[in-house]
Design a protein around this ligand. Structure first.
Ligand SMILES: NC(=O)CC[C@H](N)C(=O)O
Length: 229
């Protein structure tokens, strides 16, 4: 299973992700520039964290116009797995691949800490390696992680089991403690916590491995059994 990691001007978690995939998971992965228009050689795309285009206007608001995003949309529309971590999640909402938006944290402060989370849905292709309702700890590091959606969207997310990760202590004011969601089809995941920073004991947690293990396992088994239609 080969991963593409689009790199935007200002991405700063791209090498963490490359390390997680190549060195810890032993799976092929390439950094690809934001000008790339062809993702046909890849099985999955993960948008990394950072500050794309300086996060001017709003996080992800400029990145969504990068040429690679046209290819990412085609990739997602073909049902292939796409994931966005932190700034990647912000880009996915701005691009319309996931509902809702990420606002400034309620405290207006940048938050950098390890956060306890519930895995709320273990039936997605990103989370089958976790136990049902497993409690995990992942690092968070963001200024705009306060997930917002309107009441109708929240009802849709709940009705279709699209809330995948929830904060235990809601550090940023997110609606319904939301830390990560999938799209209705189940092939696009966005999450504010950083699983790629929790893949080795020396990092203090290996709780992020479950996401990458799930992707690899479900790719081998054929992703169709975890499609949410
Ligand atoms: N770690 C990150 O990706 C940071 C995300 C974003 N730029 C923010 O501060 O909200």
């Amino acid at each position: 299973m080969k991963f593409a990691i689009p790199v935007f001007p200002g991405s700063n978690c791209d090498y963490d992700l490359l390390n997680a995939l190549r060195d810890c998971l032993h799976t092929p992965a390439d950094l690809v520039p934001a000008t790339t228009t062809d993702l046909s050689g890849y099985d999955a795309v993960i948008l990394p964290g950072g500050f794309s285009y300086g996060d001017y206007l709003r996080s992800g608001a400029i990145a969504r116009f990068a040429p690679v995003m046209t290819a990412v949309k085609e990739f997602a529309n073909a049902g292939k797995p796409v994931m966005g971590i932190c700034n990647g999640f912000q880009i996915l909402t701005e691009a319309g691949l996931l509902p809702g938006a990420l606002q400034a944290n309620e405290s207006s402060k940048f938050i950098c800490q390890v956060s306890p989370l519930h895995v709320s849905n273990t039936q997605t292709r990103f989370t089958t390696a976790y136990a049902r309702h497993q409690d995990i700890k992942l690092p968070i590091a963001h200024g705009e992680g306060n997930y917002y959606c309107d009441a109708a969207t929240l009802a849709e997310l709940k009705a279709h089991n699209q809330i995948v990760f929830e904060y235990v202590d809601n550090p940023n004011g997110s609606v319904a403690n939301i830390a990560g969601i999938v799209n209705r089809r189940g092939n696009v995941l966005g999450m504010m916590p950083h699983p790629e920073r929790a893949v080795e004991t020396i990092l203090g947690s290996v709780d992020g491995l479950g996401i990458f293990d799930s992707l690899l396992m479900n790719h081998v088994q054929g992703d169709a059994h975890v499609e949410n239609r």
